[in-house]
Design a protein around this ligand. Structure first.
Ligand SMILES: Nc1ncnc2c1ncn2[C@@H]1O[C@H](COP(=O)(O)OP(=O)(O)O)[C@@H](O)[C@H]1O
Ligand SMILES: [Mg+2]
Length: 291
């Protein structure tokens, strides 16, 4: 055996089979997802993209165990999901930190749930905070942190229980472009070091391509899987790759898939003719001249 070959991760397989979920509302059932089958191999980074309201969060929340499917099933390593569990960590777009706990306190909270003793908790929290570059901030309170830092704490806290699968729902959506890029890099580093599986929801196509091994594209609501795209870009990935013809080709393909679905999601009232009507031709004048 070649000792240089790292052993592939053996845990963290997610299978979502023929999944459907309807919400009960006063006006009757709302079908959010009609039929979706996805899988994540152990150690794989998989993204789900799709137009707003297509059921991405619904699907992710079912994998987290917060919602029960109306039809179909979700398993992790063959075990049916029956509620939230320490084997899955979840990161939301809105920072869900405890404001009354320090950074380290927030991270240790997950470890307490695992009934670790104080010194093991301390060591584990410090290691994870170090991986996310947060060692200097361990005694700070969330209020004094920037958005990017809060979200790093959110990721570290989700990782503290030692999950096999990390679930992230548009985690960088509220961050500025520069911070986003740094966060993507940090997430990739942590994923590679910890060898866990990641299921990542985003509406940002570039982000999905840059981060993922595979991308699922969903249809407009009620959501189903429209396409599955393998991202053959080599790792480690660098920002400069986003200008490569390979990246741009993948981007073009995904853009046209999503565009079709976004138009459907808007009730189909936006066609190319309507979009033409929105174009503003300045005929060489500046906007100030026209207004
Ligand atoms: N609690 C709920 N009750 C009723 N309808 C809901 C509820 N949550 C989401 N929906 C509807 O289900 C659809 C899918 O929502 P969601 O999964 O949040 O979409 P996405 O994350 O892709 O934007 C949307 O049309 C949304 O309005
Ligand atoms: Mg959502």
């Amino acid at each position: 055996m070649n000792i240089m070959t790292p052993t592939p991760p053996s845990k963290g397989r997610v299978d979502v089979d023929n999944f459907a979920l309807s919400y009960d509302t006063l006006e009757g059932p709302v079908e959010a997802v009609s039929n979706a089958s996805i899988h994540v191999n152990p150690g794989e980074f998989v993204s789900i993209v799709g137009p707003s309201g297509c059921g991405k969060s619904t699907l992710l929340n079912a994998v987290a165990g917060f919602l029960k499917p109306t039809r179909g099933g979700v398993t992790v390593d063959g075990e049916p999901i029956d509620g939230p569990g320490a084997d899955r960590g979840m990161v939301f777009q809105q920072y869900s930190l405890f404001p009354w706990k320090t950074v380290k306190g927030n991270v240790e909270f997950g470890l307490k749930m695992k009934h670790l003793d104080k010194s093991s908790r301390d060591r584990a929290a410090r290691t994870l905070l170090g991986l996310a570059g947060l060692t200097a901030f361990e005694n700070k309170y969330p209020d004094s942190l920037s958005g990017g830092m809060k979200q790093r704490v959110g990721i570290v806290r989700a990782l503290a229980t030692g999950p096999k699968v990390l679930l992230l729902d548009e985690p960088f959506g509220a961050l500025d472009a520069q911070t986003r890029v740094i966060m993507q890099q940090i997430l990739t580093n942590m994923w590679q070091r910890l060898k866990i599986s990641v299921l990542f929801v985003t509406h940002d196509i570039d982000e999905a391509i840059f981060l993922s091994d595979r991308v699922y594209c969903m249809t407009a609501r009620p959501g189903s899987i429209k396409a599955e795209i393998t991202i053959p870009l080599e790792r480690p990935r660098h920002q400069s790759m986003m200008m490569s013809s390979e990246f741009l080709g993948l981007r073009r393909g995904l853009m046209s898939l999503i565009r079709e679905e976004s138009i459907k999601a808007m009730g189909g009232e936006l066609n190319d003719l309507a979009l033409d009507g929105l174009s503003i031709d300045l005929h060489g004048q500046s906007l100030a001249d026209v207004l």
